[in-house]
Every structure is written in structure tokens, then in C-alpha cells.
Design a protein around this ligand. Structure first.
Ligand SMILES: Cc1cc2nc3c(=O)[nH]c(=O)nc-3n(C[C@H](O)[C@H](O)[C@H](O)COP(=O)(O)OP(=O)(O)OC[C@H]3O[C@@H](n4cnc5c(N)ncnc54)[C@H](O)[C@@H]3O)c2cc1C
Length: 386
């Protein structure tokens, strides 16, 4: 519904035109965008049959969030200008959030009440953390409010002279929690601050035991207080805990929840070509997708790899829709094969990064330089399209 309670049906696309609707400018959709711009289309009207609904004009690239917090790059440098990119590609851009998907009617409804029908739908809406009213509890996701929220705290800690150390807690012990804690330690190295990490699970336990033990020892050597308990995520409970531990700021980095789009299932179960196993007119990728029976980690690396497959399959379907007015033709869909291992690069100290490849891991300055280059090249590959 829009603010005056009406549903607005989108009319800008010709009724007879078959439509592809994309939800979210996640990593995977950005590969479809690249595919569209690298195969410039002769007919601009055909491009208007692709509609993207996404809430932000610019998206923060997750790989650079710890680098911004460390102070080694500005928040602006971590932004991908998605609105400009989609508009440059010639597709229809709608700045909004999708509230719900109606599978039967093949429509999506946005937060301002726009209803869009689709012939093919692709969901790449990522995941998020619960919001909190208190200014001293900051969830890491969505990234944009987190980066805006953390900066005044950093300045406050840097400029204040406290009688007792300022106490920062990080709730969670996965890769994001570990990286943010390391990044803050770098940024606040000359400040009177102490850190606690709260989680009943071992640090980096998604990786091997050896890596997890190494990270626990590192935190111990760095003087980080480890509270090996799981906290309830309710705001009142967190405030009570913070008060009893004299914790001034809490960063919430627990497992994010997949963005809910009114479907029964949390994630959309997909086959190897990333089409929903329930409805072949729906694609899902990244954090929005559940790939067969495998539990893949919530990671940009996986979303990027799926992006290449999704781009190929969506592009092919789009061309078929135009050629055949919707009649199904034999497809040569690409298949996503989950990688046995991926290279993970995590901030692990001042200009240091940790490389993890299966059971192998190493922390060093050259890995930080490698990560910096990979992140820079990734962002640049999109900026170069403008
Ligand atoms: C601090 C931190 C650091 C991280 N660093 C790394 C890293 O170095 N490497 C790595 O591989 N992973 C990293 N991750 C994990 C990574 O961020 C996610 O797993 C990854 O971004 C998921 O990609 P995605 O394509 O599924 O969605 P995203 O890239 O999160 O994109 C989701 C898109 O959907 C949009 N959207 C959301 N809701 C709606 C809606 N209702 N309607 C329409 N659009 C919507 C969003 O605005 C966004 O455009 C990190 C996570 C954190 C928290």
C-alpha cells in the first residue's frame, strides 16, 4: 500500500511485454548487470522489460567494511553506485524494498504499494540483523547505518579521557565479528579501551579446529575478554547484561536472518541452475538461496560465484522471452557447482590479513596487501562501467 492506502500497479512497461523482476542489488545481481552492460542491447525498449527493486542508491561492499572501520579507507570508497549502474544499463530502476512475493499471482508488492507482475523473478536480497532502539547497541547489518553509527563512537572514544577504560563488546564469534573486533583494535590502538567477545561458540568455528584455536589464542594474547555464553537478543536483556558488565557499546554480529519476503520458507530452495525447485520462474542466489541439501556459508564469495551462473541463465531466459513471447525453448542453463573450499581473507591486525584455504591458514602483511588489491579491483570493476 502507498501512504494513502492504495496499491499502485506499475504501468510503465507495456502489458504484453514479458518482464524480469530483480529483487535487491546483491553480489549475484551485479554480475547480471555486468553481463547487460558488456552486451549492449540494440533495443532500449527491451531493456525496460527488466525491473530492479532495491532500497539504496549506493550499496556498501561488505569486504571493505572492516577496512573502513580500521580507518584505512573512507566509507565513500566502499560504495558501489548501484542506482547509476542500473540506470546506465538501461533497465527500470525502482528505489524501494519488496515486502512480499505472491507466487500464485506472480506479483511482488513494495513498501510504498507498487505492485509489479513478473514472468521471471530473481531474488538476491541478502540477510540482515534485528534493529535496536538504543544508541549503544549497533547491529553490523545493514552496513550503511552501522558505518554511520560507529563513527561518532570511535571519535568519542578517541577524544575522551576516561577514568576507567571504555568497554566495547562484540556479540558473535564468526568471521564478521572477529574482523570488526580486529579493525576496532587497530583504529583505537591509542585509546583507553577494552574489548569483550561474547559467544558460546568458539571463534571462527566455521573453519578448522586449528584455525579456531589459533584465533582464540590470538584474542587471549591481545587481552580480549572472552565471555563464552550465548545472550538472548532482546534489547532489554542486552541492556541488563551491558549494565552489569559496565559495557558502554555493544556491536551485534550474530548470524544474520535472510530478508523475509513473505514466503513460507526462509531461504528459497534452488537447483543447480539457481531456479527454485518449486517454481522454475523464480531464481534465487546468495544469502537468499538454499542450494539443494547443502548448508553453504553466508558469504559474498559464494554469492559472487553464483552471480556468474545466474547472469548466464537470466540473460538466456530474457533473450528467449523476447524471441518467443514467453514460449519456453530449450535452454542451455549453466550449473552452479558448490566449491569444495574457497579462499577467505579476513582482517587480523594492523595491515595484516588472515588467508584461509581449507585447513591452511596464514596471517601476514602481504595477505593484507593482496586483500586490499582484490577489494579495490572488485569495486573498480563496477565504477569502470560508468
Ligand atoms: C562485517 C562483515 C564483513 C563481511 N566480509 C565479507 C568478506 O570479506 N567476504 C565475504 O565473502 N563475505 C563477507 N561478509 C558476508 C557478506 O556480507 C554476505 O554474505 C553477502 O553480502 C551476501 O551477498 P548477497 O548477494 O546474498 O546479498 P547482499 O550483497 O547483502 O545484497 C542484498 C541486496 O538486497 C537489497 N535488499 C535487502 N532487502 C531488500 C528488500 N526487501 N527488497 C529489495 N531489496 C532488498 C540490499 O539493499 C542489497 O542491495 C561479511 C559480512 C559482514 C557482516
Amino acid at each position: 500500500m502507498n501512504p494513502i492506502g492504495q496499491v499502485v500497479r506499475i504501468k510503465t512497461v507495456n502489458k504484453t511485454t514479458k518482464k524480469i523482476v530483480l529483487i535487491g542489488s546483491g553480489h549475484s545481481h551485479l554480475f547480471f548487470l555486468k553481463k547487460l552492460t558488456s552486451h549492449p542491447h540494440a533495443d532500449p525498449e527491451a531493456l525496460k522489460s527488466i525491473v530492479i527493486v532495491s532500497p539504496n542508491k549506493d550499496e556498501v561492499y561488505s569486504g571493505l567494511v572492516p577496512t573502513v572501520v580500521s580507518g584505512y579507507c573512507y566509507a565513500d570508497q566502499a560504495l558501489i553506485p548501484v542506482e547509476k549502474l542500473w540506470q546506465k544499463a538501461g533497465v527500470m530502476w525502482i528505489q524501494d524494498s519488496v515486502l512480499s512475493i505472491d507466487r500464485q499471482r506472480k506479483t511482488v508488492l513494495t513498501s510504498v504499494g507498487i505492485e509489479i507482475s513478473w514472468d521471471i523473478l530473481s531474488v538476491n536480497a541478502g540477510s540482515t540483523l534485528a534493529g535496536y532502539q538504543s544508541a549503544n547497541i549497533l547491529p553490523l547489518k545493514p552496513f550503511s547505518p552501522f558505518l554511520k553509527g560507529i563513527e561518532p563512537w570511535i571519535q568519542k572514544i578517541q577524544s575522551a579521557s576516561f577514568n576507567s577504560p571504555f568497554h566495547v563488546g562484540v556479540l558473535g564469534s564468526g568471521a564478521a565479528a572477529y574482523e570488526i573486533l580486529q579493525a576496532l583494535k587497530v583504529r583505537l590502538k591509542n585509546s583507553n579501551v577494552r574489548f569483550s567477545m561474547v559467544s558460546g561458540r568458539p571463534v571462527l568455528d566455521r573453519y578448522s579446529q586449528k584455525i579456531s584455536r589459533w584465533a582464540e589464542t590470538q584474542l587471549l594474547n591481545q587481552g580480549v575478554n572472552r565471555l563464552t555464553q550465548d545472550w538472548d537478543l532482546k534489547e532489554s536483556f542486552l541492556q541488563q547484561k551491558m549494565q552489569s558488565l559496565k559495557m558502554d557499546l555493544l556491536l551485534v554480529s550474530t548470524t544474520p536472518q535472510v530478508v523475509s519476503l513473505g514466503l513460507e520458507e526462509k531461504k528459497i530452495r534452488v537447483a543447480a541452475n539457481l531456479q527454485s525447485t518449486l517454481d522454475s520462474s523464480i531464481y534465487a542466489s546468495g544469502d537468499s538461496a538454499q542450494f539443494s541439501d547443502l548448508e553453504l556459508p553466508s558469504s559474498g564469495v559464494i554469492a559472487v560465484r553464483q552471480g556468474r551462473i545466474l547472469a548466464h541463465n537470466l540473460y538466456e531466459d530474457w533473450q528467449n522471452l523476447q524471441r518467443t513471447s514467453g514460449r519456453r525453448v530449450a535452454s542451455t542453463h549453466a550449473q552452479f557447482i558448490p566449491p569444495a573450499r574457497t579462499l577467505n581473507l579476513l582482517t587480523c591486525g594492523d595491515q595484516k590479513a588472515l588467508a584461509i584455504w581449507g585447513n591452511y591458514f596464514k596471517c601476514g602483511h602481504w595477505i593484507w596487501r593482496l586483500k586490499k588489491k582484490i577489494d579495490h579491483d572488485y569495486i573498480q570493476s563496477f565504477r569502470n562501467l560508468l
